[in-house]
Design a protein around this ligand. Sequence first.
Ligand SMILES: [Zn+2]
Length: 184
Amino acid sequence: MIIPKYLRKISSVVESSNISELVSMRCTCGNITFKVFENENNQSRNVNSEILRIDGKLYYIKRNIFGKIKEKNEINQQTELERKVLMIKCEKCNESYNIFDNYLNGYDAQLNNLQKKNVKMYKKFDNMKVFVKIINDLSYEEFKSDIGNNDVSYETYLSSFSYIEVYGYDCREKRIKILSYETA
Ligand SMILES: [Zn+2]
């Protein structure tokens, strides 16, 4: 099993191989439809945002319909990895589950001690059946030698996966991409 512990109690395995696993999310109450939430960061930097270099500095910018810059946020090279948090909430019982937080889960999170500030979440989708695919292309042995620590637990290895993909099916059974993130 490749699915890390924090996802296991809500995972039903759909497909499994040596390096990857696809699971569907099922709430502990038995329900399989969820509201999907993302941290606000991503909302402000979605489709309409582009990266531009102005006077040697990098900015995320947004343009109005005439192409004029209406919003400009400097990307500080010193700032840590941009936070990405995804959680789902059961439509029936309202229980919520963390699906991914790049400061907690995945290879980068295990190696860096990242400061976990609270994030503001916003609802992205309603009524979705949610699927999670995890890829972990290192074996346990490779992982241990990679990080130079032989005492690291198997659970830590599992939560240090290298790639996560999340997608959903809406009420009309249309497939919708929710997240695709390489953690290393
Ligand atoms: Zn539930």
